[in-house]
Design a protein around this ligand. Structure first.
Ligand SMILES: NC(=O)c1ccc[n+]([C@@H]2O[C@H](COP(=O)([O-])OP(=O)(O)OC[C@H]3O[C@@H](n4cnc5c(N)ncnc54)[C@H](OP(=O)(O)O)[C@@H]3O)[C@@H](O)[C@H]2O)c1
Length: 271
């Protein structure tokens, strides 16, 4: 008989809706005890109720990843630590590279907000929980980055630069903690069917006068595989990384039939 693994405890941020909710469901289906966190605890409660309905384990917490006190309070509540951390909470808005005259403050705020949530938020959670993982010599961190962490794209410099930062941090952490029992990996989906994409569709309709269907067709056409990635595909890749032993893996999901994994740290030449 294969050796049985103890049930893992998994923290999923941004689990109140969208991709995070699906990741929580898929992680709970492995038998793990899931902890669902987002600013909207009621949203997390609804997701947790569905997990309970399928016989899974879920608890919820109100968490703002940009609020250090909120992160510290959660770390205090989860005193015995966690085994798996999935940094999924994120925001995405578009904007021009250069501030429009008179909109300088708004422009600064757009960049600041994206970096606070998408990069520093994930870093804060990592710093709160990875020390314990390292001490126990076991842990899995999966960061939900984006195709915007792999390629440059017009009008999303705030979002793209925050996701590049997150991916860079993931790869540095993977190298620094290599061999410690704690692994760091990332998934990089292109456009995924979620409330975030629906908001982008609405914004495109408002800005360009396209119909909703035309806007959706636009986003589909941007994915190399010619279709929108599903939340289930993202969740399946996350679970694979949680259950495996890979470290420093970056999995691109672009709507093609198969995910595209790569291992950037392995391509580095030592001086
Ligand atoms: N949808 C896509 O096309 C796509 C593509 C590539 C990557 N991604 C990434 O996938 C992740 C999930 O995206 P999604 O499409 O599921 O977006 P979504 O539907 O807008 O969900 C975002 C989640 O993040 C949470 N969140 C936002 N700000 C937070 C904060 N300050 N503290 C705690 N939680 C916060 C939200 O919950 P509350 O509002 O309740 O806090 C929500 O649960 C994001 O990191 C996103 O960048 C999405």
């Amino acid at each position: 008989m294969p050796p049985t693994q103890p049930p893992r405890t998994a923290l999923i941020t941004g689990a109140s809706r969208g991709i995070g909710a699906e990741i929580a469901r898929a992680v709970a289906a492995t038998g793990a005890h899931t902890i669902l966190a987002a600013r909207s605890q009621s949203g997390c409660d609804e997701v947790a109720a569905r997990i309970h309905g399928s016989g899974g384990h879920a608890r919820t917490y109100a968490l703002d990843v940009t609020d250090r006190a909120s992160v510290a309070a959660l770390a205090g509540e989860l005193e015995s630590g966690i085994d798996w951390l999935i940094n999924n909470a994120g925001i995405a808005e578009s904007g021009p590279l250069l501030a429009r005259p008179g909109c300088e403050e708004e422009h600064e705020e757009l960049f600041r907000r994206h970096h606070e949530v998408n990069f520093h938020g994930s870093r804060a959670l990592t710093e709160a929980f990875v020390f314990g993982m390292r001490t126990r010599r076991y842990g899995r961190v999966v960061n939900v980055a984006s195709s915007a962490a792999l390629y440059g794209q017009a009008y999303i410099a705030a979002y793209g630069s925050s996701k590049f930062a997150l991916l860079g941090y993931t790869l540095c952490a993977a190298d620094e903690l290599d061999g410690s029992g704690v692994t760091f990996n990332a998934v990089c989906p292109h456009y995924v069917d979620s409330p975030m994409l629906e908001a982008a569709v609405t914004r495109l309709v408002e800005k360009t006068g396209r119909t909703e269907e035309q806007a959706r067709a636009f986003f589909r056409s941007q994915n190399p595989g010619g279709r929108i990635v599903t939340q289930e595909e993202v969740a399946a890749s996350v679970v694979e990384l949680l259950l495996g032993g890979e470290n420093g893996m970056v999995v691109e999901l672009d709507g093609s039939p198969m995910p595209r994994p790569r291992h950037p740290n392995e391509n580095r030449t030592e001086s």
